[in-house]
Design a protein around this ligand. Sequence first.
Ligand code: ATP
Ligand code: MG
Length: 407
Amino acid sequence: MQIYKVGGAVRDRLLGKPVTDIDWVVVGATTEEMLAKGFRPVGADFPVFLHPKSGEEYALARTERKSGRGYGGFTFHASPEVTLEEDLIRRDLTINAMAEDDQQNLTDPYHGQRDLEARLLRHVSPAFAEDPLRVLRVARFAARYAGLGFTVAPETLELMRQLGESGELEALTAERSWKEISRALMEDQPQVFIEVLRECGALKVLMPEVDALFGVPQPEAHHPEIDTGVHTLSVLEQAAKHKQPLTVRWACLLHDLGKGLTPEEEWPRHIAHEHKGLKLIKAVNERFKAPKDCQELALLVGEYHTHGHRALELKPSTLLELLQRFDVYRRPQRFEEFIAACEMDARGRKGLELRSYPQADYLRGAANAARSVAVQPLLEKGFKGPELGEAIKRERLKALKAYKEKA
Ligand code: ATP
Ligand code: MG
């Protein structure tokens, strides 16, 4: 048997990027030989094994044929006769379809190296169109390598467009989609992921609520960029620049969905967009089965981001309601993430990227003031049950009044 490094490990070494996980392909071997060498099978009907020591993935060279809709609709054929070239041609991009032996000899039948130099994300063969997940993968690689100057080859973008129109994208499971979306959002330029999806028409299929924001104007005084879609991309860009976690990035992407519902007569104003957007945020959350913390933060940021921006003008009672709603006493981290999302929203505006955001410290101070109310003295005064709850709220309100006066 011959063993080669494939995929991301080869690509990233040639790009001079750190290689984290290595995928291997094994040519000329049978399942029995692999098991005899101590490799552990990953799945029953999948010719992939884990190395007994390193735990890295070793896949038998295989060919694939599409036999139905969705991911289940693939037939694999793995046998010792399948060549390296036959295995590489089933891969998505030319830059992902190179292999390397232990002497670093490159096998590159589909000119991945040429495309690396040309900074092009190009599909390997027309079989690209057989798996709609590749639309998301290419957009994700575009987000990752945008900083190096990579773009999607026009003919690949065309195939991606056809996949969007064919209805195949709808066949993707929530799990496979979310895995790509969440990884893409954590790249250095997540806004490029959304841009590429939009360019090939896939955004309209996957997240019509986000797609609808493009072409929707906002008041120029607050939004020099005017367009709500452009604003959303800038907010995402800021979130990545500031190294925000996935929860914050997801909330940034969805915070203004309500603006897509404003009747044109009301443009460029968006009265109550915060509340109107909630059902859309919920729909996107559920479509991709986003993790609970992402879902929760997106809904809270959607509903309360304007409160965040107006923090310094809020009445103490409104401030208290906000803090209670966020349960800042037990969930301090979530409130920090809310503040971060608001700040990214404020900076994701043309020419305002470096503005200061005093609301952030003001909100932190308010949370601390409310948190500093001690329960023990109230217990000692004999408060119990619902009355105790009311008494705590009264004390917190007092603390917030004092905080606002001092600030
Ligand atoms: P990463 O750095 O994100 O791990 P990678 O290229 O290694 O990038 P993997 O998901 O680990 O990506 O997959 C390894 C290789 O398997 C890819 O480089 C590609 O050749 C192939 N591959 C993975 N998923 C697909 C797919 N859906 N369609 C075609 N080829 C794929
Ligand atoms: Mg990999």
